[in-house]
Design a protein. Structure first.
Length: 280
């Protein structure tokens, strides 16, 4: 690692307030059933961070994927009303599992369901910000998801917006987070697609996100999810422009959050924009 990267990664351990986004592929299997091992690792790690005095907001995907598993569906439905109904079922089960898992570590959670319109409206945005601060002040972990039962933007995901990667960046900006961690099914950004090229090399450190990087990071997410690498890079561009450090890493790795916070060379680190930092 370069000296700049070492210094940047070391600074991660000083992050006080962080947003952690977990994707559908990390918390569910392809059949929609919940990956309880990964969820337990995640909730245990977040609980440990809370015990250290950190402030953690969890942005989770998976409502539709979990709903598919709950209803034993073989394929993801295509009709909008069916997707929204399934999301309603899945969101209940998702929060039920999170509540039980976090309770094992004496943590209390609070649910916040958002749409893009909520964040675009100034009055609603301020109310949401106040709710976040009230939960954080009481040491309650906010768990955020797109409100799939009323919003069509994520369900009609077009590869550039309307997904929980972007939502996690917007939440990070709203709560003035120090760090955004996006946990995915791939261990960072590569110079080419590692699923197609075994010689692909992981990019450990990104100082600046340019249009070429965004254009070359296309591709869909998992069978049950909506996001691909392009949406994650877009999210990091939003966060770093606001002076927030970012990391993309593989969510199923053992002790992934602990290793990231220890400054280890894991995933891809995105350096914050200095002008954004100065404005915070």
């Amino acid at each position: 690692m370069s000296d700049a990267e070492k210094q940047s990664r070391k600074a991660i351990s000083d992050a006080k307030r962080m947003v952690i986004k977990v994707g559908t592929s990390t918390i569910t299997y392809d059949n929609g059933r919940m990956n309880l091992r990964n969820i337990d690792r995640l909730t245990r790690a977040i609980s440990s961070l809370m015990n250290q005095g950190k402030e953690v907001i969890l942005v989770t995907s998976g409502a539709i994927g979990v709903g598919i598993g709950c209803l034993d569906l073989d394929i993801k439905p295509t009709q909008m009303r069916d997707k929204q109904a399934i999301a309603a079922v899945g969101q209940c089960e998702l929060m039920n599992v999170y509540s039980r898992c976090f309770a094992e570590y004496s943590q209390i959670i609070g649910q916040i369901l958002l749409t893009k319109d909520d964040l675009d409206d100034q009055v609603t945005r301020e109310n949401i910000s106040n709710t976040f601060e009230a939960l954080i002040d009481r040491r309650i972990i906010p768990i955020v998801n797109e409100n799939d039962s009323v919003s069509t933007k994520e369900i009609f995901h077009n590869g550039t917006f309307g997904d929980n990667d972007t939502l996690s960046a917007l939440v990070s900006i709203l709560v003035c987070a120090d760090l955004l961690v996006i946990l995915s099914d791939i261990d960072g950004l590569y110079d080419c697609n590692p699923r197609e090229n075994e010689c692909a090399k992981r990019i450990s450190y990104v100082r600046e996100i340019d249009q070429n990087m965004l254009d070359s990071a296309g591709g869909a997410g998992s069978k049950l999810g909506t996001g691909g690498m392009q949406t994650k890079i877009t999210a990091m561009a939003l966060a770093t422009a606001a002076g927030i450090s970012g990391v993309i890493a593989e969510g199923s790795q053992t002790q992934i959050l602990e290793n990231i916070l220890d400054g280890e060379d894991i995933g891809t680190f995105f350096a914050p924009n200095e002008m954004g930092e100065n404005e915070r």
